[in-house]
Design a protein around this ligand. Structure first.
Ligand SMILES: C[S@@+](CC[C@H](N)C(=O)[O-])C[C@H]1O[C@@H](n2cnc3c(N)ncnc32)[C@H](O)[C@@H]1O
Length: 409
């Protein structure tokens, strides 16, 4: 299917449910629930706790009712991509991966295999955008004998990367690594590094947050012979929503809540993480309702994170801390028994419905991310560039798993 047809297919599935994915359920409490078809809520309520966990892990439980299946199956089919097969496994000096997590190991191996395949284009230079401390840049330099450049805005990361390089210089005499402390934005800033039209250069951005990914892709318009590999993340950092319709083909009305969903609704979670998430959501929703009911605070209050143990303590304890955080005098404490209120059946029933609705809402995240990727790919294609979208990583290991690759023209 071509990019435009794919975008259109996804949008047709998403647009009827814009009110669900476009806003947080708690913001329109209790009316937000009215946007969810009653049959969806009823079917999800009939699932066992185990099946609900599966649903929240992007699975389709066998016992799922027909109405939810009818919505989820096409959405899931239209959002999934085959994973990149990295056949030639790379072997590394374990010292390079000392204290490195499985996620990073998987990402580095996959990228190295991808770059090896692209080496038939005889690249000699790699520019890593938003490189962090330059771990990946360094491995690419060593393994592929490249001249590498790590561009990073955070001075601390640059300092750590340089210190490491000084302590353990690159082994290969054909490789080099240079750090550039720079807030990357304008592709013209690459002129001191890329001295030709880009034919010898790979631009790489692993988990480029928000607008940085777009700035990286824009470089292909300036240097059409460049090989540009971008793996975006943190879409919610995009504040200018026009950057979610770069191609001009997008019909969805984006919101910051939808961008958060696109960025986060992916990974698998253990059953115990799911149970913790449930406790957090119940307390968070109950607090909102409590403030509305007893303090007439209808606006959404940001209340900060709490340590895990706080969600195991009674609700009254959590409320007390949050009232302090919000500088609200606990005037009602002696009049309202917060625990009795929380455990009452109307409150528990409502919290369960809100939690279930939230699980359903998160199921739109993958499709929303695909819309963002397709928009960017179409933007590149309409500039006459050759582009592809690939799922590079196993999303159970690295949830931000998709890459947009712009190939040399
Ligand atoms: C999510 S981290 C990814 C780091 C590294 N690529 C990795 O995957 O481990 C994104 C990095 O981009 C850097 N960054 C964000 N905006 C930037 C910009 N405009 N120019 C340069 N670096 C930027 C951040 O400081 C951060 O280190």
């Amino acid at each position: 299917m071509d990019l435009k047809a794919h975008l259109s297919q996804l949008e047709d599935l998403l647009i009827p449910h814009q009110k669900i994915w476009g806003q947080e359920i708690i913001h329109h409490f209790p009316n937000g629930l009215n946007d969810y078809p009653t049959a969806w809520l009823a079917e999800a309520q009939n699932l066992s706790h185990f099946d609900l966990w599966q649903l929240d892990c992007n699975e389709i439980p066998v016992n799922l009712g027909p109405q939810l299946q009818q919505m989820l199956l096409p959405l899931q089919n239209a959002s999934q991509r085959e994973i990149f097969q990295s056949a030639d496994a790379h072997h590394f000096d374990p010292k390079l991966f000392f204290k490195v997590k499985e996620k990073k190991y998987h990402e580095v191996c996959t990228i190295l295999n991808l770059l090896s395949k692209l080496q038939k284009h005889h690249h000699r230079r790699l520019v890593d955008i938003g490189s962090g401390q330059g771990h990946l840049t360094r491995i690419c330099a060593e393994k592929l004998n490249l001249e590498t450049h790590a561009i990073e805005s955070n001075s601390e990361f640059i300092h750590l990367g340089r210190a490491r390089l000084k302590k353990s210089p690159l082994k290969s005499p054909k490789a080099s690594l240079k750090f550039h402390q720079q807030v990357f934005g304008d592709p013209n800033e690459l002129a001191t590094i890329i001295t030709d039209q880009g034919e010898e250069t790979i631009l790489l951005g692993l988990h480029t947050c928000g607008p940085l990914a777009i700035d990286q892709l824009r470089a292909s318009q300036q240097y059409p012979k460049l090989t540009n590999i971008n793996i975006p993340c943190c879409y919610q950092r995009i504040t200018d929503l026009s950057q979610c319709n770069l191609s001009g083909y997008v019909r969805l009305a984006w919101s910051s809540y939808a961008l958060t969903l696109a960025a986060r609704a992916h990974g698998q979670m253990s059953y115990s993480d799911f149970c913790h998430k449930e406790r957090v959501k119940y307390y968070r929703y109950a607090l909102h309702w409590f403030l509305l009911e007893f303090y007439q605070r209808s606006d959404f209050q940001s209340v900060g994170d709490s340590p895990q143990r706080e969600y195991r303590a009674p609700f009254s304890h959590y409320v007390k801390n949050k009232l302090q955080y919000l500088n609200l005098a606990p005037t009602h404490e002696d009049q309202v028994d917060a625990d009795k209120w929380y455990l009452s059946s109307p409150v528990q029933h409502m919290l369960q419905r809100l939690f279930i609705a939230n699980i359903i809402r998160w199921r739109f995240g993958q499709a929303l991310e695909q819309v963002l990727l397709l928009d960017r790919a179409l933007w590149m294609q309409d500039k006459g560039l050759k582009v592809k979208i690939e799922k590079l990583f196993d999303s159970n290991i690295s949830p931000r798993s998709h890459a947009i690759t712009v190939l040399p023209r």
